[in-house]
Design a protein around this ligand. Structure first.
Ligand SMILES: N[C@@H](CCC(=O)N[C@@H](CS)C(=O)NCC(=O)O)C(=O)O
Length: 249
């Protein structure tokens, strides 16, 4: 028998953490949530680095795994393989399709939307006009690819809801905050609503918002320039950066 404390999701309210919580909810697994205050640098503490040497959330401990798990999409594969078979087909073309679109999320959706978050939502607008414009265009292309993909199919990969959808969905919730309009991406908007209506998505959102967000918001608002420089990898002898957007958000 395992209790909720045997499975711990270390995280904050970010999309890479939400996707793991969403799959845990879909699989009906018990888990505890421990907040890691990335704005004040808890991810750099030795005990956390022992779990994830690259100092990022999510990390999941699981009774069936000998070591803590990190990298969100590797965690999704682990969970689907261990507690599936739902959400990741066992073999063949359907599995290849899910893996391919999971890699698209890892290599394209996350990095491009994540960089646009930085230039649009973190650093004061106008300080890096070329970078902000570049990542806005990259994000629009990503949203467009997803919208095109979903024009003729219900789910991103294969014929069923899978970890490719679960990995991608929390990222696409930035559409409005990126100042794009859902009506311009109708297939993406339809697919987003379909997942939002799932009870697991509602449970995940509620838990993230009640168990992670209050402490995340407190530490974010109290963050010093020094801790933000460390989080965003700005060298003190590098260009100045005004991170007040994220502190005020
Ligand atoms: N590729 C990683 C990315 C994880 C990631 O970027 N996590 C952010 C979420 S806020 C983080 O921990 N940032 C803290 C830092 O970079 O110091 C994954 O998918 O798990």
């Amino acid at each position: 028998m395992t209790g909720p404390d045997d499975r711990i999701l270390y995280g904050t309210g970010s999309p890479n953490v939400r996707k793991v919580a969403l799959l845990l909810e879909e699989l009906g697994l018990d888990y505890a949530m421990k907040h890691v205050a990335v704005f004040s640098g808890e991810q750099f503490e030795p005990a956390f680095l022992e779990m994830n040497p690259i100092a990022k959330v999510p990390v999941l401990t699981d009774p069936a795994a000998e070591e803590p798990l990190f990298e969100s999409n590797a965690i999704l594969i682990y969970l689907a393989e261990t507690y599936g078979p739902a959400f990741l087909p066992e073999a063949g073309a359907a599995r290849r399709d899910v893996m391919r679109w999971l890699m698209v999320q890892t290599a394209l959706v996350g990095p491009m939307l994540g960089q646009y978050n930085h230039y649009h939502l973190v650093v004061e607008h106008g300080t890096e006009p070329y970078s902000a414009a570049r990542y806005r265009n990259q994000s629009e292309t990503v949203y467009r690819h997803l919208d095109d993909r979903l024009a003729s199919r219900e789910w991103i990969a294969g014929d069923v809801y899978s970890i490719a959808d679960i990995a991608t969905w929390p990222w696409t919730l930035y559409l409005e905050r990126h100042d794009f309009v859902p009506d311009d991406f109708p297939n993406l908007a339809r697919w987003r609503s379909q997942i939002a209506e799932r009870p697991a998505a509602a449970r995940m959102t509620h838990r993230v918002e009640t168990e992670y967000d209050p402490r995340n918001n407190r530490t974010r608002r109290a963050s010093s320039q020094e801790s933000l420089d460390r989080l965003f990898n700005r060298k003190t002898d590098g260009p100045e950066a005004d991170f007040s957007l994220i502190v005020r958000a």
